[in-house]
Design a protein around this ligand. Structure first.
Ligand SMILES: C[S@@+](CC[C@H](N)C(=O)[O-])C[C@H]1O[C@@H](n2cnc3c(N)ncnc32)[C@H](O)[C@@H]1O
Length: 385
């Protein structure tokens, strides 16, 4: 069966999510701010959850219609054949509703009205009017968005957000999400043959995501997904196939030779966060592929040419930090200048970053990290001859 699917992503990074979907062999139907829509069957749902690094979840689009009154919302929701999606005993609820430029906006009302309309629909379909639904079966979590009065109801196939790969149990002060880190790496021309250094590595997210890509470790390999309990829609065999494909892909990689070839290094001034980084890398299965070391950015150096810095320096989350930012970014700029033919990519919320680095970026891309406006600065170095 072919479904309409949606992959929400970071605002400004739709291009990465689109590329991942195309690489999966699926057809992209629409790209809007913060969301890529595509079509795919049961196997595509399982594979998207298993292999996509840049999206927070995969939603199955169950309904889309215009509504400007609560009555209209109720009637149009009830008109959807929910019995095709949710079994009589399905445990369903609206987890989240968000509204932008729409007449209907109360998340609570969205939740209760949609829930009531689906209950009515299922009771009528199963000819069990007035009977309480058992809600003891699989989890059918609904997510609702209203955009300019267009209501979209998506069924969450992922459950816990996909940035939770199952490896980050310990965190640093201001960690970047795994999905954002993976998207940013994909925006750069980095590949496993090139050196990668994160001089402000914190809990190690950039290094770990890059190492997982190099080792072909699927981001979903160590976790479960909500739709594994949807016996009515997705046969177990599709999940088994996705896990099998992920295992074989990784098994093809010779980890011993990869360890010799790969040069990924994470530095941080704070030894405690490095403890978290090492432990997270261990859980992700890439501890042997990354060299973590306590080091001030002032000591950043590398003897080889053509490396990549991909990093997320402090951006003044705390007041006392703000005072140190000009000196810190100046130092980063100086250390970068001393690295022969290197490229540097950094994400920061500090709007004075470029000025203090002392060199105009080749590209300055605005990216929203949740509600926070950030800048992704690209300094492109030479390509190896
Ligand atoms: C925004 S956090 C990076 C978070 C990281 N991307 C993650 O996902 O966990 C910035 C990091 O810079 C480190 N840092 C601050 N000053 C430093 C310096 N002078 N040299 C090296 N690291 C420094 C902090 O300890 C902190 O872990």
């Amino acid at each position: 069966m072919n479904y309409e699917l949606m992959a929400p992503c970071h605002f400004g990074l739709e291009v990465c999510t689109k590329r991942e979907i195309t690489d999966l062999g699926c057809r992209v139907t629409e790209v809007t701010d913060g969301r890529v829509s595509f079509t795919g069957d049961e196997s595509a749902i399982c594979r998207a959850n298993m292999f996509m690094r840049t999206t927070e979840r995969i939603l199955l689009k169950a309904a889309e219609f215009k509504a400007v009154t609560w009555d209209e919302l109720f009637e149009k929701t009830r008109a959807i054949s929910w019995e095709d999606y949710i079994p009589w005993d399905g445990h369903f609820y609206v987890a989240k509703a968000s509204s932008i430029k729409s007449q209907l906006f109360s998340p609570r009302d969205f939740q209760t009205i949609i829930q009531k309309a689906i209950i009515k629909r299922l009771q009528a379909h199963y000819k069990r009017e007035g009977e309480r639904l058992p809600m003891t079966g699989g989890d059918y979590v609904l997510r609702v968005t209203a955009l300019k009065d267009k209501i979209t109801i998506g069924m969450d196939t992922s459950g816990e957000s996909l940035h939770k790969r199952g490896y980050r149990r310990m965190t640093a002060k201001a960690p970047i999400t795994e999905t954002l880190a993976a998207s940013l790496i994909m925006l750069t021309p980095w590949n496993r043959e090139r050196i990668l250094v994160d001089p402000f590595c914190g809990s190690g997210t950039f290094c770990i995501e890059a190492a997982m890509m190099a080792a072909k470790i699927a981001p979903g390999l160590k976790r479960d997904f909500a739709a594994t309990s949807w016996d009515n829609l997705i046969d177990r065999k599709y999940w088994y196939a996705a896990y099998d494909e992920a295992y074989s892909l990784h098994e093809e990689v010779d980890m011993e030779s990869l360890k010799k070839e790969l040069d990924i290094q994470g530095y941080d001034i704070d030894n405690d966060v490095l403890y978290a980084a090492r432990s997270n890398a261990e859980d992700a299965g890439v501890r042997n592929l990354i060299h973590f070391q306590q080091r001030d950015v002032a000591e950043l150096s590398h003897p080889k040419k053509y490396g990549f810095i991909i990093t997320n320096p402090p951006y003044g989350e705390r007041l006392e930090e703000k005072e140190n930012l000009p000196a810190l970014y100046r130092t980063l700029g100086e250390r970068y200048e001393a690295l022969p033919d290197w490229s540097m990519y950094l994400i920061t919320a500090w709007d004075e970053a470029e000025k203090n680095i002392g060199r105009k970026a080749d590209k300055n891309r605005k990216i929203y990290n949740g509600m926070m406006k950030t800048y992704f600065l690209s300094y492109m170095g030479a390509k190896p001859t």
